[in-house]
Design a protein around this ligand. Structure first.
Ligand code: SAM
Length: 344
């Protein structure tokens, strides 16, 4: 059902009855890897420093989101958020908010061996670490950096620091690591990590995504089922992007059933249940990963807007959220910004 007049409520509602409570905050567009599905080996022109929100500006916008807009979950991402010098301070500020949001981080894990403990101490609840392969050579082929040992050390440190459940994100690329689905799941199950496969999306800076080449959710599930028995997951999915299954015969260290997830953004879109709102490192609100428009909070903030004015602009931006990302629509336009600049 759609309605054209925005009801006078604080929450981030849209015309399709969805309410955004999950905020993704990009802290930088820079990254120390060059994953081929995200950016070219030579990197990208980074956002100029003065355009990037300061730590205090990020903390303020997160506060507005939590205190005025009903956001209950904040995930910090990038680019690579561990490259942001003020990360611990930003997390500590978010952890002081009331009601306290759940705080998580999506990271490639490089540096987490050093930072997991301080981040946990600052109030971080959970991490998602990206890991596409267990093979060092293949890792270098995909990410153009020889850093697999750093990622594995980061994962182990996250576990030791109690950032649990530790989740892993994996993207499978045809002809490169698509034979590794079962091995990645075994690796995760043996360590009590929760693995999620993400279908490759058209968000790479090079615009080289090709629907026909993409490894689909159905293919990933078939590869997993060849090695494991997957059972329906009785847990409510809610707005979660991943469809999850229980892995028969496996449990997490805390006794909970072991799960595996597949995020079928392209072939099994979940836009109807999307509860996400996004803030880029340069202070732009995006209603969707695939949005082609943004709402500039940075300028308003630097021009002296008060909290309620920032909240009002954010509400308007989300009211305009489209029904779906439209990847399957022949008129689909890839957003001008790549994933690394939007915040994945
Ligand atoms: N640097 C951090 C990391 O590696 O997790 C955070 C940012 S990264 C953009 C967030 C997630 O998006 C990663 O799990 C990455 O694999 C995924 N990702 C990047 N580009 C993608 C694409 N084109 N399709 C699907 N997932 C993508």
């Amino acid at each position: 059902m759609t309605t054209s007049r925005r009801p006078d409520v604080d929450a981030l509602v849209d015309r399709y009855g969805r309410v955004a409570t999950d905020l993704r905050v990009s802290l930088t567009d820079r990254c120390n890897l060059r994953c081929s599905y995200c950016m070219p080996p030579e990197g990208l022109p980074w956002l100029p420093g003065p355009q990037i929100l300061t730590d205090d500006e990020v903390a303020r916008l997160v506060r507005v989101a939590v205190e005025r807009l009903g956001v209950t979950e904040v995930r910090f991402t990038g680019g690579e958020p561990l490259l942001r010098p003020g990360l611990t301070k930003i997390i500590a500020a978010a952890a002081e908010l009331s009601p306290r949001p759940t705080l998580s981080l999506t990271t490639n894990g490089i540096g987490l061996d050093r930072l997991a403990e301080p981040l946990r101490g600052a109030g971080l609840d959970r991490v998602n670490v990206s890991l596409d392969t267990l093979d060092p050579e293949r890792f270098t082929q995909i990410a153009h950096r020889r850093r697999l040992p750093d990622v594995l050390a980061g994962l182990a440190a996250a576990e030791r620091a109690g950032l649990q459940p530790v989740k892993i994100n994996a993207v499978l690329l045809r002809g490169i690591n698509d034979g590794e689905a079962a091995a990645l799941l075994r690796f995760a199950l043996e360590r009590g990590y929760e693995l999620r496969f993400i279908e490759q999306m058209p968000l790479d800076a090079q615009h080289s995504w090709n629907r026909a080449e993409m490894v689909t959710a159905a293919e990933i599930l078939a590869a997993l089922r060849a090695a494991f028995t997957l059972l329906p997951d009785p847990a409510e999915r809610g707005g979660a992007p991943a469809e999850t299954w229980l892995v028969d015969g496996f449990a997490r260290p805390d006794g909970a059933p072991a799960r595996v997830g597949v995020i079928g953004s392209v072939t099994r879109p979940f836009c109807g249940d999307c509860d996400r709102t996004r803030l880029t490192a340069d202070g732009q609100v995006r209603a969707c990963l695939f949005a082609t428009t943004e709402s500039d909070l940075r300028t308003a903030l630097r021009d002296g807007a008060d909290d309620e004015e920032l909240a009002r602009r954010w509400r308007i931006a989300m009211w305009g959220k489209l029904a779906g990302h439209g990847i399957d629509n022949p008129a689909f336009l890839q957003p001008a910004r790549p994933m690394s600049a939007i915040g994945g």
